[in-house]
Design a protein around this ligand. Structure first.
Ligand SMILES: *[C@@H]1O[C@H](CO)[C@@H](O)[C@H](O)[C@H]1NC(C)=O
Ligand SMILES: *[C@@H]1O[C@H](CO)[C@@H](O)[C@H](O)[C@H]1NC(C)=O
Ligand SMILES: *[C@@H]1O[C@H](CO)[C@@H](O)[C@H](O)[C@H]1NC(C)=O
Length: 613
């Protein structure tokens, strides 16, 4: 009998959610589908503390206004180290592409977040995109707009510098130039120069701008050839700048993917101090690299500079080597010729190639956290190269430009979300099921559940439970109509309180399996729970009026703590069914849990398969 119900319920579930198993769904946030992570740890003890920061996107160019995806999916997300959701920002930013999403802990003593909201589809060119800095309440501190003549906030970089007054971004500019660099002085064509800007985060004003045009000749590019035919607008993307960083001396480290070169640019007069890699490297080096990403200063003094970057190396057209890797490289400018040597190399754990995007982050304990981009593949390595963890999206449909790991404290201004539903076959076995979540809140240890007899009644504590996952389930005896919850941290501090919600009841109690003659009336929680503030699962009173089914529900609730997850929930419902003969109730319940599939609102436009980044 039980086996039958389990089969029945699973078949019902696959009928509604077959193609969406890679996505999470929540009773409390039905407008959201979040990506699941597949996670493997090889040495859990050795990983650094922190949350994961990713921004999954499906198609890298902004989509036409006629093309919309629902429910919310694409955008900034924070996950815990088990791949459990902490914050979904996709609804906040209308499912638009977000890049370079990370925590910023160098502004003041409060944690912040930063990212780029990609420009909108260019039908009017007005929405050029924004560099955002949010506070820990997920409210914008700064919205750094494009204030100069450039058409868009470049998607590659939003690097908020210490103190938060300024930030770096890449900048692409088109120009009509002669092709003298290629030995064709009489020919002209369009060129997209790369470069970077240092922006005032309060005003968006450009404080410093540097362009490759003039300093990096066209023939330095590995993408433009001496006989390439001249290009129309926007022109040859000949350098493809993709990251910029600044050191304490005020100089800039620029990565250009299409010259295979890292450049140190003087913050004083803009001259190129050195080139590492590419056709005109200034160094004698004991390693090779190409098509690199996310170059960062790790350490520097007057003579030595250590940089990290993602490399080794390929793109959509070329493959320099077989395996991508995070590289740590030290250059010595005090010797002649200058030298560059490989300090450390962290190979991509699957031995594959990261073609278009990625990131390398040095964690506070010295570990290295690498984002390999496609499918959100990411790994954490010990300094000596051991792979400690690897994870990727369960979905094949999404990637993230970069992946980061940071400590973070999230304190949303919105209250926790609660959905409560009642079901039962008779007055004596009515049960209230709570689902509770709080998008963006970190440090919740326990949920406390309250009910009251009326909207203005006194709250009665009806129970508590450990927070399991993003959304926690709790089952209480009785028909509790006016309910609320409290989020409590491990020290017992209340982090937040929900609004008071009414419990959802079936429209038709008979169809939901209720066998009483008249529809049930809500219980008075002070009568049910007033005598004790003990947790519901601790109440043991086999001779009271509670039915056998109710006792079974409690037992199964305990089992649920072990099983967890939707699969476990369905097994739980099946057991309830077998105990109480409650098929209709279960059917009603599962129907309510039907989630919205992630669907494209149809349009005439085809998919853009071209991913340039
Ligand atoms: C890049 O990968 C190739 C092939 O795996 C290897 O021979 C080379 O040493 C690597 N370069 C670096 C800098 O790690
Ligand atoms: C600069 O850094 C290098 C490498 O860490 C070190 O060997 C050197 O002594 C440092 N120089 C100074 C002046 O501190
Ligand atoms: C729930 O409350 C009881 C009684 O106050 C307490 O002993 C128990 O530790 C609490 N459980 C959780 C998970 O906080």
């Amino acid at each position: 009998m039980l086996f039958f119900w389990v089969l029945f319920l699973f078949s019902m579930r696959s009928a509604v959610a077959d193609s969406d198993d890679d996505l999470m769904s929540f009773v409390t946030l039905p407008e959201l589908r979040a990506l699941k992570f597949d996670v493997a740890y090889y040495d859990r003890e050795a990983v650094d503390d922190g949350y994961w920061f990713v921004a999954p996107y499906g198609v890298i160019e902004p989509e036409t206004p006629t093309k919309q995806w629902k429910p919310c999916q694409v955008g900034p997300y924070i996950y815990d180290a088990d791949g459990g959701l902490v914050w979904a920002g996709s609804c906040m930013f209308d499912n638009r592409n977000i890049f370079d999403f990370k925590a910023v802990n160098n502004i003041d003593d409060q944690p912040h977040l930063s990212f780029i909201l990609q420009h909108a589809y260019h039908d009017d060119g007005k929405d050029k995109g924004i560099g955002y800095i949010l506070d820990q309440h997920y409210e914008p501190d700064n919205a750094v707009a494009v204030t100069n003549d450039l058409g868009a906030f470049n998607m590659h970089e939003f690097n908020v510098l210490d103190g938060g007054k300024t930030a770096l971004a890449c900048a692409y500019r088109s120009a009509y130039v002669d092709l003298g660099d290629l030995g064709r002085p009489d020919e002209h064509g369009w060129l997209t120069a790369g470069g970077f800007v240092e922006l005032d985060t309060a005003t968006g004003e450009v404080l410093f701008e540097w362009s490759t045009r003039g300093d990096i000749p066209i023939h330095e590019s590995v993408k433009v050839h001496p006989d390439s035919p001249p290009s129309g607008e926007p022109g040859w993307d000949y350098v493809h700048v993709n990251s910029v960083d600044k050191n304490a001396a005020g100089d800039y480290l620029l990565s250009a993917r299409f010259t295979n070169t890292l450049y140190l640019v003087s913050g004083e007069d803009g001259h190129i101090i050195w080139r590492l890699g590419g056709k005109f490297s200034d160094f004698v080096q004991d390693f090779t690299f190409s098509k690199q990403h996310h170059a960062r200063f790790v350490e520097s003094n007057a003579t030595h500079t250590t940089v990290s970057f993602l490399n080794n190396a390929s793109d959509e057209l070329e493959q320099g080597e077989d395996t991508s890797a995070a590289l740590y490289v030290q250059v010595d400018t005090s010797v002649s010729p200058m030298t560059a040597r490989l300090l450390n190399r962290y190979n991509r754990p699957d031995g594959g190639l990261t073609r278009l995007r990625g990131s390398v982050q040095t964690l506070p304990n010295g570990n290295v956290f690498v984002g390999w981009s496609e499918r959100g593949f990411q790994s954490e390595h010990s300094p000596d190269g051991k792979v400690l963890m690897q994870a990727s999206f369960a979905s094949t449909r999404f990637s993230t430009y970069r992946s980061y790991k940071f400590p973070f404290i999230g304190r949303p201004t919105t209250p926790p979300d609660v959905v409560a539903s009642v079901y039962g076959t008779e007055e004596a076995d009515l049960t209230t099921i709570f689902h509770v979540s709080w998008n963006g809140a970190t440090d919740i240890a326990t949920w406390k559940f309250y009910a009251r007899v009326a909207a203005d009644g006194l709250p009665v504590l009806i129970g508590n439970t450990t927070k399991f996952e993003f959304e926690t389930l709790y089952i209480a005896d009785g028909y509790l109509d006016w309910v609320s919850v409290e989020a409590v941290d491990k020290d017992g501090n209340v982090l937040g309180t929900s609004e008071v919600h009414r419990t959802r009841a079936p429209d038709n109690w008979l169809f939901a399996g209720f066998q009483g003659d008249i529809k049930p009336t809500p219980d008075d929680p002070s009568i049910l729970f007033g005598k004790t503030t003990q947790a519901v699962e601790d109440v043991e009173d086999p001779v009271d009026e509670y039915s056998q089914a109710k006792e079974a529900a409690k037992a199964v609730y305990k089992a649920y703590e072990v099983i967890r997850g939707v699969g476990g929930l369905l097994i739980f419902i099946s057991i309830i069914c077998s105990v109480g003969g409650l098929l209709a109730g279960a059917y009603w319940y599962v129907r309510r849990r039907r989630m919205q599939a992630y669907l494209e609102v149809p349009s005439d436009e085809g998919h853009s398969m071209v991913q340039r980044s």
